[in-house]
Design a binder for this molecule. Structure first.
Ligand code: NAP
Length: 289
């Protein structure tokens, strides 16, 4: 089976391309090979390929930059997914499109269900929400997977920055009053193939590792894992910061955006592993070489 991956050099796209290489014929496009903002080039490139699944990992992911580049954010995060959904429909292929917990305003204080109303509070969130709507308006059989706090070995994220700081600084800090759930790219890659079957219903699906935490708890656990493994970190504890202290944040961010995976749990027959286990494995695999 032929799978096209757009954004194949991003944090998630690289992991998916690597994971599916063995069992599928994977055609990956990075930005150099295909700039998705050029919609005509997008159509021309994909037109001759006979694929069954298209996974869209390309996105304008810089949340703060989206605030000043609204038009571009909407093209990449909303118009491109619509175009991809139409290309897939014409080929009778399935689109798997990634979205975000930032479609929610964060006012709820328990995990968000797929059926909860979206109410984005940033341009990034608005543009991603518009992308979800565009994809599903074209074909309800397409799948929109919302994920949160994605981490993995292919592009540094929050966890890598914290560990790097802790290697050279005695004290590190992180926001203690904003909550979501880390999601390991490896776990996304493992769960996704069950949705490759075009007969499996589409719509919105939440996926994250199990549990919830603040950025401070996430960082503390990462440091604890490093210390257990004997890594020479200077810092032992993560001091709390407030979201309101982050004067360099331009976009508003939801304070609580935990995604409920109850729909996934029912479909898969089991919940994803805990975020603590996923982080522990990541630290063991990539910081102990
Ligand atoms: N990272 C998170 O914490 C997080 C949280 C929630 C949801 N998500 C969603 O998960 C998905 C994957 O995110 P990620 O973490 O893998 O982000 P990422 O590492 O920033 O990857 C995004 C990819 O999109 C590509 N891209 C951007 N503009 C493009 C263009 N005009 N043409 C072609 N490619 C373009 C980027 O290419 P370049 O490398 O050339 O820039 C990059 O490879 C996205 O839909 C994102 O919204 C991520």
């Amino acid at each position: 089976m032929k799978i096209v991956i757009i954004g194949s050099n991003g944090r998630l796209g690289t992991e998916l391309a690597r994971a599916y290489h063995k069992n599928y014929e994977v055609i990956g496009y990075n930005r150099a090979a295909l700039d998705v903002e050029n919609l005509a080039q997008l159509r021309e490139t994909l037109h001759p390929i006979d694929f069954r699944i298209l996974i869209n990992c390309a996105a304008f992911t810089n949340v703060d930059l989206c605030e000043s580049q609204r038009k571009r954010a909407f093209i990449i995060n909303s118009e491109v997914p619509r175009e991809l959904a139409e290309i897939c429909r014409a080929k009778n292929a399935k689109l798997i499109h990634f979205s975000t917990d930032y479609v929610f305003d964060g006012e709820k204080r328990e995990p968000y269900l797929e059926s909860d109303p979206a109410n984005p509070i940033s341009v990034y969130g608005e543009s991603k929400r518009a992308g979800e709507e565009n994809v599903l308006a074209v074909l309800g059989r397409h799948l929109v997977v919302r994920v949160s706090w994605v981490f993995g070995p292919d592009r540094p994220s929050f966890i890598d920055a914290v560990i790097k700081r802790a290697l050279t600084e005695e004290q590190v800090d992180a926001i203690a009053d904003k909550f979501a759930t880390p999601t390991y790219t490896k776990d996304i890659a493992e769960m996704l193939p069950r949705f490759f079957d075009t007969d499996v219903a589409g719509g919105i699906l939440h996926f994250a590792n199990a549990g919830e935490c603040s950025w401070q708890e996430y960082a503390q656990h990462a440091l604890d894992c490093c210390h257990k493994l004997g890594l020479p970190l200077k810092a032992r504890t993560v001091a709390p910061l407030k979201l309101s202290d982050m004067k360099n944040f331009i976009a508003r961010r939801p304070v609580y955006s935990v995604l409920s995976t109850s729909k996934f749990n029912a479909l898969a027959g089991a919940p994803p592993r805990s975020w603590q286990d996923a982080v522990a494995e990541y630290v063991r695999s990539y910081f102990c070489a």
